[in-house]
Design a protein around this ligand. Structure first.
Ligand SMILES: Cc1ncc(COP(=O)(O)O)c(C=O)c1O
Length: 411
């Protein structure tokens, strides 16, 4: 068993990723954890059933897979180990796996902030933002939005809303890959008795560990880098057991029903084993591609935390010790038409939404995800006509660059 406590050497994250989720030896000695593809669990007799319902064995009793499942638990241990790697109190935390990133985020929000005020980053992922704008209020929550990259604005918002229960932000946010000072926000939140939830999907614990910086809850769309192969939809939360117990987050997951399925959990755990290796290559490629795009005459702007021109480059360099991730946005000088031409001419890059897969994924929000969105809303979200988002894959960087080069020639 790999010891996860008090080990500051980040190189060991590779070992944690491979071993951390492992559970008990199964009856046949299967090397990989079996996919417990079952809805329900059989009791030996009435007494053992009653014990399981009373949770007398300790740990998670296996009664029904909407409550707990051994394959899902393996994933929960793995995500938790990665997010708490190096923390002195790592063993006080737990992971919870969900059927999607949105199930994780909404279950997390509802369990801690129902009936209360939420301060939300103004650049959250579209569905998180829509949930907070349209659905949170009828569910009894109030929400105010703020640019969390500005600590002063966060403090003003807290002063105006001293009853705030939750601040929610992303460690790296779309579309301009904005970073926020998580440590500073956590200190402010603590002074106002508020909790901080960080969606760490873009950065992953390879680059940023929000819990180490003082956040209370980490959320993930494991659909992305964690799964890593574009083969599942999934999500996760990590927080102290005490928080999950006090806020009844386990009960919310049971009753809202958003737990991950065993097959998806198994695929995600398999993906996690290579997360550090993949992130290393994603980040190396991200940097090379960003540098290439930066000097390209047909490109007006490149957003990448590793570039000196990025507004939070200094902050990124302070918290991201192993590169700057694989996500890049850039603006084409040829605007909307240029974006369409680029999309229709890439050959290696895959034309698709989502991110964090082994292959490079490219999309043009103005003609694709945001084509029906109001121009005013698009502008507010920073989605210009020529904006392109690229999730640099793990191919050879030279091949990604050659592909962009031949497609940009036509723009
Ligand atoms: C930053 C971020 N958070 C959450 C989500 C939602 O995750 P899912 O699609 O797994 O529900 C996404 C999806 O793109 C995302 O990019």
């Amino acid at each position: 068993m790999i010891e996860t406590k008090n080990k500051r050497d980040r190189k060991r994250l590779e070992s944690i990723a491979v071993h951390a989720g492992k559970g008990k030896r199964d009856q046949y000695g299967s090397h990989t954890t079996p996919i417990y593809q079952t809805s329900t669990f059989v009791f030996e007799n009435v007494e053992s059933g009653a014990k399981a319902f009373r949770n007398e064995e300790g740990g998670a009793s296996h009664v029904y897979s909407r409550i707990a499942n051994p394959t899902v638990e393996e994933l929960e241990r793995a995500v938790c180990a990665l997010e708490t790697f190096g923390l002195d109190d790592a063993d006080e935390y737990s992971g919870m796996a969900f059927g999607s990133g949105m199930a994780a985020i909404t279950t997390g929000i509802l369990s801690v902030a129902h009936g209360k005020h939420i301060i939300a980053q103004d650049a959250l992922y579209g569905c998180t933002s829509q949930f907070l704008k349209e659905e949170a209020e009828p569910m009894g929550m109030t929400v105010s939005f703020v640019d969390t990259s500005d600590l002063f604005l966060v403090e003003m918002e807290l002063k105006q809303n001293p009853d705030t229960r939750l601040i929610i932000l992303e460690s790296i946010a779309n579309p301009t890959l904005t970073l926020s000072d998580i440590e500073g926000i956590a200190k402010l939140a603590a002074a106002y008795d508020a909790l901080v939830m960080v969606d760490n999907t873009f950065a992953t614990p390879y680059h940023i560990q929000p819990l180490e910086l003082g956040a209370d809850i980490v959320a993930h769309s494991t659909t992305k880098y964690m799964g890593g192969h574009g083969s599942i939809i999934g999500g996760a939360l990590v927080a102290k057991d005490e928080l999950f117990e006090n806020e009844e987050t386990w009960v919310f997951r049971k009753n809202l029903g958003g737990i991950a399925g065993p097959m998806d959990a198994w695929l995600t755990t398999n993906g996690i084993k290579t997360l550090p290796l993949r992130m290393k290559q994603h980040a190396a490629n991200g940097m090379k591609v960003a540098r290439y795009l930066e000097q390209h005459p047909k490109i007006d702007k490149v957003f990448y935390p590793g570039l000196e021109t990025h507004p939070q480059h200094k902050l990124a360099s302070a918290v991201m010790k192993q590169g700057y991730g694989g996500m890049i946005s850039f603006e084409l000088s040829s605007g909307f038409e240029g974006g369409v031409t680029l999309m229709n001419n890439v050959q290696l890059c895959t034309l698709a939404v989502s991110l964090g897969a082994v292959d490079s994924l490219i999309q043009h929000p103005a003609s694709m995800t945001h084509s029906v969105v109001d121009p005013e809303i698009k502008e507010k979200a920073g989605i210009t006509d020529g904006l392109v988002r690229l999730s640099a894959g793990i191919e050879a960087a030279e091949d990604i660059i050659e592909d962009l080069e031949q497609a940009l020639e036509k723009c």
